[in-house]
Structures are given as C-alpha cells and as structure tokens.
Ligand binder design. Structure first.
Ligand code: PHE
Length: 459
C-alpha cells in the first residue's frame, strides 16, 4: 500500500481488496456518526435516504473511483492528471478532504479509547450517569487531549511500521466479532421498556421530516462511510489487479457498510427513544455525544456483565476506528509524498505534525476554545470541520468527478475498464447515473441546501 507509482504494490486478490476497503469503510462513521444523525433527523426518514443514496450514487461512485484508479494506476491527483494537466485540480480538491477529517476523527477515536479505559478502571454506573461523565471528560482539556494522543500514537505506529497488512488480517476476526456483538447488544437494547416505539421511530420513514438538511446529511454520510469523494478509493483501485471483479467487490463493500450502520442504529436509536420518550426529544438531544451517553446506560441494565460487555464492545469499536484512521493517515501521507515528491518518512512526519496540532485545536474547542461556536449556539470546531468536509466539500467533489467522467472522458472509458474482468450488465444504467442523475441530484441538493441555510425557505 505504501509504494510509489513506480513500483506499485497490488492486492493479493479480491478478498484482500474487499476486506481492506471494508476495513476503511466500516469505522466511526457507521458506529458513531450514523446513529446520531439518524436520531437527529427523524429516524426512519434518515435511514431511508441513506439506504437510497448508498445503493445509487454511493455504489455508482464506488465503481467509478475504483475503476478510475485501476485504469490509470495512479492515486487521486495523478489519476485525474492522466487525462490532462488541467483536470488535476479535481484531485487536489478531493485530497484536501482527508486532511480535514483525520484530526477530528482522532478526537472521536480518543473518546472511544477513554471509554475503554473507563470500563476497565471504573464501575459501569459511573459511565452511565446521563452525560455528566462524558461532558466532564470532553471539557477537561488535558485529559481529552491525552486520550486523543493515545489513539493517534497507535495509528502512527501502525502506519510507520508498515504493519497495516497484519492489522487487516486481524480484522478478519475483529470485524465479524464486532457484528456479532452489535447484533447481541441491539437485540438486548430492543427489550428495554419503550424500545418498540423507538424501533418504529427508527425504521418507519416519516415523510414530514423531509428537509434539504436531512438530505444533504444523508448524502454526506454516504460519502463518509463509503470513504468516497476524497480520493481514497481511487488509490485503493490503483492497487488492484486487472483480474479482480469490480462490480461484485463494490457491492460487497457497500452492503457490509450499510449493514453495520443499520445495526449500530438499532443498538442506539430505539434505546435513546426509550430513555427520552418521544421522537422530538430524541431529535433535539442528539449530537456527537449520543453513543457515549446511551450505550453505557444500555450496558448498565445488564448488571454484573456491564463491565465485560463495555470492555469488549469498546475494544471492537476502537479496532474499527483504527483501521479507518490508518487508511486516512496513509492517504494523507501518500498525497504529500506524491505532491511534494518527498520520501515516505518525511511525508509521514509532516502528516503527523499537522494532524496532531489540528487535533489539539479541535479538542480545545470543547474547553479553552469553547467560545468559538462557528455553527451557532453550542456548536464546536469539530462540528464545523465535520460540516465543511461532509456537507460541502464531498458533494462538490462528487459532482466534479461525475461531470469529469460523464462528459469529459466519457463513461465508456471506465466501462471498458470494468469489463476487463466482469460482465457489467448494468453498464447503461451506470452511465445514465453518472452522466445525468447524479449531477442533477447533487446540484439540486446543494442549491436547496444553500437556499435553506440562507433562509430563503424553511421546511
Ligand atoms: N469510512 C470511515 C468511517 O466510516 C471513515 C473514513 C473515511 C476512513 C475516509 C477512511 C477514509 O468511519
């Protein structure tokens, strides 16, 4: 994964590729971000939009990015440049996204690490106190920075030692374990009193909840979880052998990611509903802290087993988060090394310095810098970075990519690439999505959202 374009590494086969891409995809996006967004935006309606986006635009772009990478054998910037110098800017724009995401990703990684420690050293009731434990922790400054640094150091070490492959092998056990554990927790959470109404809130779309903001959040979440619109999948595709079937690989990646998100929502949303009593209360109280407040309450109901469940659960989430942060740090490193022509070591050091400083700033956004509330009352720097990357830059990057492939290099170029190893019966449908549907939908969503944000209409 780390070689330069001159001596490209390749995946050992389709399974290795699907597993690595799924490892990058399944992470905090599914476990932490999805449940709180679903809770915030009306449950079923958000789930429904996410489902629609994953299996339309998400799947189409996943195929586009991986086939573009495989065809050109280049990572993001090079892949666009391969068709003319003037297109390099698309790759450059996309490349900025992981640099915005990693710092706050590591902050959340630190929260997960803290909860793991919390379950090891304190009684489970202490963590299940309805949010005081959590807010005490994130506003602490020093303590939250320390846990972020622990998470970062783990990530940097793995990248620096180049043992990602070993980590990905371990994933072969950890990912199924995470799924089994999540199923068990979800089933248990559904037995809590009041959870059935919560289940209905989570699964049944309420179309009156529809709004441009919901739609753009579901779209951003699709890109975030599938690791799209930031060049990563182009790079992954560039390591692919010509014999790997792209069509079935991308379907498996999208299916796994959706399934894990669905499950994470089942563990958290109905339980939140049970605790708060109504959909409106759920929507008002949901934010980045949701998982860290609700899950300890669910676990506490288990009595004596709470500690064990808490430890095992957060180990697995930590693992899922690490495999994704690895992929983010790797990407930043290779962008710097390709862009500046620096050695891998020097590029990694530059990435580490940047990510660490930014991570500290994001952390302080909850303590000494908490007067900075960029997105209105009570918002944080983390919210701003999350918003800029997911709701602004990724939709624009996706739009540029679709126009580039649909109208400049033409879908046929990539259809031929996919057909080197697979039948691709839906090639025509895919062309229509890339040329017309995705760009039109993306433009409408962006315009509607800006109009709503500017107060031109309300929903
Ligand atoms: N897809 C990851 C998640 O859901 C986040 C991520 C994005 C990881 C981009 C790598 C690259 O947590």
């Amino acid at each position: 994964m780390s070689e330069t374009t001159k001596s490209r590494a390749t995946w050992s086969g389709k399974l290795a590729f699907v597993l690595s891409a799924a490892a990058s995809a399944v992470g905090l996006g599914s476990m932490w971000r999805f449940p709180y967004l679903a809770a915030k935006y009306g449950g079923g309606m958000f789930l429904f939009m996410y489902l629609v986006f994953v299996f339309t635009i998400g799947l189409a772009l996943l195929l586009l990015e991986t086939s573009l990478g495989r065809k050109t054998g280049q990572s993001c910037i090079g892949a666009f440049k391969a068709f003319g110098k003037k297109y390099a800017f698309i790759g450059i724009f996309m490349s900025a996204v992981p640099f915005i995401i990693v710092p706050y990703y590591c902050v959340i990684g630190g929260w997960v690490t803290k909860y793991l420690f919390g379950y090891i050293v304190t009684a489970p009731e202490v963590l299940a106190d309805g949010g005081n434990y959590f807010s005490g922790f994130i506003t602490s400054g020093a303590e939250s920075i320390i846990f972020m640094l622990i998470f970062m150091v783990l990530t940097y070490f793995i990248v620096a030692l180049g043992v990602n492959k070993g980590i990905e092998k371990a994933n072969l056990i950890m990912m199924p374990a995470l799924i089994v554990m999540a199923v068990a927790v979800a089933i248990y959470a559904l037995t809590l009193p009041g959870a059935m109404d919560g289940l209905a809130y989570y699964l049944i779309p309420d179309f009156s909840k529809f709004s441009p903001e919901l739609v753009i959040s579901a779209l951003g979440q699709t890109f975030f979880t599938l690791s799209l619109a930031m060049g990563i999948m182009v790079t992954y595709g560039s390591y692919l052998q010509k014999s790997t079937k792209l069509t079935s690989s991308v379907s498996q990646i999208a299916g796994t990611t959706f399934a894990v998100s669905l499950l994470a929502g089942l563990m958290i949303v109905p339980a939140t509903f049970a605790a708060l009593g109504s959909g409106d209360a759920v929507a008002q109280n949901s934010g980045p802290s949701l998982m860290f407040i609700i899950l300890p309450q669910v676990f506490e109901n288990l009595g004596g087993a709470a500690t064990i469940i808490g430890v095992v659960f957060f180990v697995l989430v930590l693992f899922a988060a690490l495999t994704s942060s690895l992929s983010l740090v790797e990407t930043c490193t290779s962008i710097i090394s390709d862009g500046a022509g620096w050695s891998r070591k020097r590029s990694l050091v530059a990435t580490i310095v940047f990510v660490t400083i930014m991570g500290v700033v994001v952390n302080l956004g909850y303590s000494s810098l908490s007067f900075i509330q960029p997105m209105g009352e009570g918002s944080s720097i983390l919210d701003l970075l999350d918003f800029i990357s997911n709701s602004v830059m990724m939709p624009i990057a996706a739009l540029l990519t679709c126009v580039f492939v649909g109208w400049i290099i033409k879908p046929q170029t990539l259809i031929d690439e996919v057909r080197v190893s697979a039948r691709f019966r839906l090639a025509n449908v895919w062309s229509v999505v890339i040329k017309y549907i995705a760009p039109v939908v993306l433009v409408i969503i962006l315009i509607a959202y800006v109009a709503q944000a500017m107060g031109l209409f309300s929903m």
